[in-house]
Write a protein that binds this ligand. Structure first.
Ligand SMILES: Nc1ncnc2c1ncn2[C@@H]1O[C@H](COP(=O)(O)OP(=O)(O)O)[C@@H](O)[C@H]1O
Ligand SMILES: [Mg+2]
Length: 385
């Protein structure tokens, strides 16, 4: 596995990280949202933060942004421990966060939004001329094209709004910018605009943390990808030398690598019988031809199918009510891994039937797309199973 840097190895050759998280843990009542999480971001690098729903991405971001400080662990800024206990502390250090909802004011124009909360005032009145001049300058250095800086935000496209929100985050001259799912709601063209902007942030020497569900985006702009799974590190990978399949495996848990092995050793896997079962099944899956993932597109579809399968698993969860989210995910995964192996036999693994490797004709097979059948790789329930 081309895993370049695990959570436990010491920093690589390059400079001191601008931001380093060490052993971050966070609990919400019964839910252990983060356990002993490490993350490093250097100047001029884009680190993708990926993981399934509930993996702890937003919680981790909130600890960095000073919105929900960690219970345990250390935040280091340029090599020194710091306290980030409120948003203002994060901003002062140079951490800017663009949340998914963007927090733009629809009724204000682009200038008004850019300078919201940091208006330029001269002799007691807003200096609209100066703000407009700086707005144009900022947008043009970022090559952001907006029809006019005086039109209301409401009339911009989703991609343009996202770029305005990112531009606004730069006014505080941060060193680290955190983008929470910046392309989640965007079409192809708009996504490209935002990814271009991410590259420009890197060119300006900023460290970027990019939360994303989209492997294509991650592959397109990230230098490294940090995977969270069930609130723990599940590997940090060099994007160029790692396949999408490997990243997806780390996200879904269908993986066996130094990080998981070490974690399982130290945690004593016996505590979670379901997890052992799920891992075994998931490991077996790639050997079965029907479950093989042959290309990036298939990988994404497969991941989607797994996700949908998981949701289906949740809906139909039997009486053994999961006590917390982690259990819910583990339970869903046990279902999911059972579903993933035999082609077209989702949720109905028949014991003793060696269907693996004997895909039934006419059933959807992940990894073997049939021409003219766009539903291949989609959740089986849609295919009428
Ligand atoms: N404010 C909160 N109160 C209780 N549980 C929370 C809260 N925020 C997050 N969680 C739980 O913490 C876990 C991680 O959630 P989150 O960080 O939102 O995951 P992600 O962003 O990766 O989808 C989940 O189990 C979620 O239900
Ligand atoms: Mg989230």
């Amino acid at each position: 596995m081309p895993e370049t840097q695990s959570a436990t190895t010491s920093p690589a050759a390059s400079a001191t990280p601008v931001l380093a998280l060490r052993g971050i843990s966070k609990r919400f009542g019964a839910v252990q949202a983060l356990t002993d999480v490490d993350l490093e971001v250097r100047a001029g690098e884009v680190v993708a933060l990926v993981g399934d729903n509930g993996a702890g991405k937003s919680t981790l971001v909130k600890t960095i942004a000073g919105v929900g400080p960690a219970d345990d662990g250390v935040v280091e800024w340029e090599g020194k421990p710091v306290t980030v206990d409120r948003p203002h502390a994060a901003q002062e250090l140079g951490i800017a966060t663009v949340y998914q909802d963007l927090a733009l004011c629809d009724n204000l124009d682009v200038v008004g939004n850019l300078f919201l909360g940091r208006e330029i005032v001269r002799a007691g009145v807003l200096d609209e001329v100066e703000m407009e001049r700086r707005a144009r300058e900022l947008l043009s250095t970022l090559s952001i094209r907006i029809p006019s800086v005086r039109i209301p935000i409401a009339s911009l496209s989703g991609g343009q709004r996202q770029t305005v929100a990112i531009a606004r985050s730069l006014l505080g001259e941060p060193k680290i910018v955190i983008l929470d799912e910046p392309t989640a709601a965007l079409g192809v063209e708009q996504t490209a605009q935002v990814l271009d902007l991410v590259e420009r942030l890197r060119e300006r020497g900023l460290g970027v943390i990019l939360i994303s569900h989209n492997m294509a985006d991650v592959k397109a702009v990230a230098d490294r990808v940090a995977v969270l799974r069930l609130g723990r590190n599940n590997g940090t990978f060099d994007v160029r030398s790692t396949s999408q399949e490997e990243i997806i495996s780390a996200i879904t848990g269908a993986t066996d690598n130094a990080v998981t092995r070490r974690r399982d050793r130290s945690a004593g896997v016996s505590g979670v019988p379901g997890a052992v079962e799920a891992t075994g099944a998931a490991e077996a899956a790639p050997a079965a031809p029907a479950a093989q993932v042959t290309g990036p597109a298939d990988a994404v579809k497969a991941a989607q199918a797994a996700q949908d399968g998981k949701e289906a698993g949740k809906e139909s969860a039997p009486a053994g009510e999961p006590v917390d989210a982690v259990d819910a995910v583990e339970a869903a995964e046990a279902d999911e891994s059972a579903e993933a192996t035999p082609a077209g036999k989702a949720g109905k693994p028949e014991v003793g039937k060696p269907e693996v490797g004997k895909p039934e004709v006419g059933k959807p097979e992940v990894g073997k797309p049939e021409v003219g059948k766009p539903e291949v790789g989609k959740p089986e329930k849609e295919a009428g199973a």
